[in-house]
Design a protein around this ligand. Structure first.
Ligand SMILES: *Cc1c(COP(=O)(O)O)cnc(C)c1O
Length: 395
């Protein structure tokens, strides 16, 4: 099918939640994508920070094919070998002793919210209230849109879940003032993604950790976007030198195969008991085999170091552009999670970049977001920066 044929069927049969789009990609390899009309693109978005090893990475493709020939699904009524391998790998490389596998970011966050509530209930001191940040994004289920601090995701779906409140991000005093005896957990992104690639002050996350310890509140980091090497460390919170009690990941965990996960300390894990939480697909052999292969590449010698270096090179080049184009208000990010704040809507610029063969996206109304496959080269970065230079020059 060509683009027009795909669009015609989409417009007839797909429920219209995504609106009009320009094209359909039909093939990918590394940092390259091809659309249904044969045009090639350089991908600096990776399917919203998902395909971190690049499209059709041979190690992941091999793992998927081998597992697909061996065993695809059995349910969690039985032990699952790829699932325990994945949990062991994640536990070995993080603070989290135990893991629960979900299907996506939202269901990983649902698991975290349920665990926090049940942990305190089990302790005999129910504290169901959760504080999240304004401008945050935690997913599209009813609990996670409630946690999400942006009204546009909630409108029309009221009533929201009880027991959530919001404070300004990167403001320890606001958080401290919002804690009550009912507060069981604080839920934060270590860098806000959808909210505009907002990087908090270096002292923010350590101060939040101290506050949680002092006040007996669990700290949940939503690393659905920042996790799995995106910022140049396996988990973004490692940059801050602290760890949460519960972490969630998803996007890049399976390099494009749908999988989410929640990890926590041994103590907090005791909040769940057999029968208290479950999923049909979560942790299935196919997805876990893909995630094991993905993690093994991310953890190989020098991989994350290269992400930090390419990210620094990219940010420096963008800072150079900012000096030249008044339209650029700010350049921010960490590793290869990069935001460019503009003095105008990002949407039209994203469209012009796409016309010029570069895939990127928005994060909030005025921020251009780059989340390339972590394997991109300096040449790729140079091409993106010179294209943005030209696009901003025309505008
Ligand atoms: C994308 C995202 C989610 C939601 O993940 P889904 O897989 O779309 O459910 C949650 N939190 C953050 C920080 C995200 O970026």
């Amino acid at each position: 099918m060509n683009t027009q044929e795909i669009k015609a069927l989409n417009d007839k049969y797909i429920i219209n939640t995504y609106g009009e789009r320009k094209l359909a990609f039909v093939r990918g390899l590394g940092s390259r994508l091809w659309d249904a009309d044969g045009k090639e693109y350089l991908d600096f978005f990776a399917g919203i920070a998902v395909v971190s090893l690049g499209h059709c990475h041979p190690a992941v493709t091999e793992a998927i094919c081998t597992q697909a020939r061996t065993l695809v699904h059995t349910s969690n009524l039985y032990y699952i070998e790829p699932q325990v391998r994945l949990a062991e790998l994640l536990a070995t490389h993080s603070f989290a002793d135990r893991w629960f596998f979900a299907n996506c970011g939202a269901t990983a966050n649902e698991s975290a919210i349920k665990l926090a509530r049940r942990y305190w209930a089990q302790q005999g001191t129910p504290k169901p209230h959760i504080i999240a940040a304004e401008n945050s994004f935690h997913g599209r289920t009813l609990a996670t849109i409630t946690a999400t601090g942006q009204k546009k995701y909630q409108a029309g779906f009221e009533p929201m879940m009880p027991g959530f409140s919001h404070v300004p991000y990167d403001d320890v005093a606001a958080l401290e003032a919002a804690i009550t005896p009912e507060t069981g957990a604080i839920l934060l992104e270590p860098i806000q993604g959808e909210g505009g690639v907002r990087v908090p002050d270096e002292l923010y996350l350590p101060a939040v950790r101290r506050l949680c310890d002092e006040r007996g509140v669990l700290l949940i980091f939503d690393e659905v976007q920042t996790g799995m090497g995106r910022t140049g460390k396996l988990f973004c919170h490692e940059h801050a030198g602290i760890a949460p009690d519960i972490v969630t990941v998803a996007k890049a965990l399976g390099n494009g195969v749908p999988i989410g996960a929640m990890g926590c300390t041994e103590t907090v894990a005791s909040g769940f008991a057999p029968g208290t939480h479950a999923t049909t697909f979560g942790g299935n052999p196919l997805c876990c085999a893909a995630a094991v292969a993905t993690l093994n590449v991310l953890l190989a010698d020098g991989f994350l170091q290269a992400v930090r270096e390419t990210g620094a090179y990219f940010m420096e080049a963008l800072a150079g552009l900012a000096a030249k184009h008044a339209a650029i208000k700010d350049v921010r990010g960490k590793g290869l999670m990069v935001g460019v704040e503009l003095d105008k809507p990002a949407g039209p610029i994203v469209g012009k970049m796409l016309d010029a063969g570069i895939v990127c996206g928005p994060a909030g109304p005025n921020v251009l977001r780059f989340a390339p496959p972590l394997i991109v080269t300096r040449n790729d970065v140079d091409r993106v920066v010179s294209t943005l230079d030209a696009v901003l020059g025309e505008a």
